[in-house]
Structure formats: C-alpha cells, structure tokens
Design a protein around this ligand. Structure first.
Ligand code: NAD
Length: 223
C-alpha cells in the first residue's frame, strides 16, 4: 500500500528528506510571502535564486522530495506553492507552543508578533519564580513549572521553547518530555541529552556571532 508523504500526498517510495532541505523550505516560504506582498502571482526558480541565494537547481531538487511542482512555461503559482510548503511544514494550522522560562529572553519572545503571524501560538508560559506565575503576559497565561504536566494535558502543545538558565535546561526538557512534547527550541547554553524521536534546535546568538567573527578575519586575510 502506498505511504502518505509529509505533505499528505501519496508516494510509493517515500524519500528521507535531508534536514538542510527542511531548513530551506522555511526560507522559500518567507520569500513567497514577500513575493506575494509585492504583487507577484507566479515565480520562477531563477527568482528564488536571486532572492534567497539558493541555486535554482537546489530549489527544484528540494521540492522534488515532495512531488511535482510548477508548470513548464508558467513557473510556480505562488498561492499554490505557499499552500503546499505550509502543509509540508505543518504550518497550515496553528501550532501550539509553550515557553519555559519567562525571563528577559522569554518576555521578549512573547512580545514578538512574528510568532502568531507564522501560526505559532504560545498557549502557556511556565516559570519557577512564584512572582511571575498566575498572571498573563502578552495574553499568555503564566503557570508554575509544577503545573506543566496538568496544563500540557489540557493544551496539548507540540513544541517547547526553553529559555531557562543552562543549569535548568535538562531538567525542564525532561519534564517537557513527560508531557509528550518531542520538539524543542533550546535557547539555553546546554547540550540536551534526549531520547530518540526528539528533535532539538539549538539557538545561540553568540555562536552565530563567533561564525561571523571568523569570517571577518578570513575576509581580511583574503583582501
Ligand atoms: P533570565 O535569568 O532573565 O530568565 C531565566 C528565567 O528562567 C527566569 O524567569 C527564571 O525564574 C526561570 N527559571 C529558572 N529555572 C527554571 C526552571 N527550572 N523552570 C522554569 N523556569 C526557570 O535569563 P534570560 O536572559 O531570559 O536568558 C534565558 C536563557 O536563554 C539563558 O540560558 C541564557 O543563557 C539564554 N540566552 C540565549 C540566547 C541565545 O542566543 N541562545 C540569548 C540570550 C539568552
């Protein structure tokens, strides 16, 4: 029997999609939003190349993991491509997210309108500081960490954002795991030990800056 692919289409031989392809899909989606906002209704792979710096060939290869896209002589209809990429990334429906750690970073994340614009809804925040619990921040209720299991059973979040100190990261991940969450966006400077089946994306401004710093030096040596 054919298996159902990640975009809901059937395929007799599902391919394993490389992680960089998934990362680029999100880039394509951003580009499609801005192309639509500028009044375009169709795009070509050459458009994608000039706007995203991903080659036209790579763009076509990335899409090929998910079936057939585009029409010769027409290109890609933006609304159709947006819809299909959104479904592949499961962004066609709102994704409930929880935030653990409502400090400086957590509060800044809650005030970022891009989360809801991209259909991520922070349904609850959790903290161990009793002064922060029992109130609402940016429309998001804040609970004690001890309420995590109960509230997650009710809210059924799919993703957890960890914005706790590094020393608390593993403990908070372990708790989030018990709620059934298998996708983590980790801002804490800690390498999480996670069971198979869990996806962790680590975000570090300072690591990104270190990479930029390296390139500045290399550029100076080259010039
Ligand atoms: P903060 O001290 O302002 O906030 C941390 C919050 O976590 C506090 O509200 C604290 O009460 C709460 N907390 C502590 N232990 C907890 C636990 N076990 N369960 C739930 N909540 C707990 O810190 P911040 O500036 O908001 O930074 C948060 C984390 O993000 C830190 O680990 C920091 O190093 C990291 N950070 C990462 C980046 C990045 O680019 N990745 C940028 C800034 C901060």
């Amino acid at each position: 029997m054919p298996e159902t692919g990640v975009d809901g289409r059937t395929s007799p031989t599902p391919l394993r999609v490389p992680e960089p392809t998934v990362e680029r899909l999100s880039t394509y989606l951003q580009f499609l939003y801005s192309a639509a906002a500028s009044g375009l209704t169709t795009i070509s792979s050459a458009h994608v190349e000039s706007a995203t710096a991903v080659s036209a060939a790579q763009f076509r290869k990335d899409l090929s993991y998910f079936g057939e896209f585009g029409k010769p002589g027409v290109g890609y209809v933006i609304s159709e491509l947006q819809g299909r990429i959104s479904r592949i990334l499961q962004l066609h429906e709102t994704q409930p997210v929880i935030l653990i750690g409502l400090g400086n970073l957590g509060a800044a994340l809650l005030s970022y309108p891009g989360l809801t614009e991209q259909r991520f809804e922070v349904v609850a925040a959790f903290d161990i500081d009793p002064k922060k619990c029992g109130r609402t921040v940016q429309g998001v209720p804040v609970y004690a960490l001890s309420d995590l299991l109960t509230e997650c059973a009710r809210l059924n979040p799919r993703i957890a954002i960890l914005a706790v100190p590094g020393l608390a990261a593993q403990q908070t991940f372990d708790l989030a795991y018990q709620t059934g969450i298998r996708a983590i966006l980790n801002f804490a400077p800690a390498v999480l030990k996670v069971p198979a089946g869990v996806t962790v994306r680590n975000v570090s401004f300072t690591q990104e800056l270190a990479v930029l710093s390296y390139h500045i030096k290399t550029d100076q040596l080259d010039s």
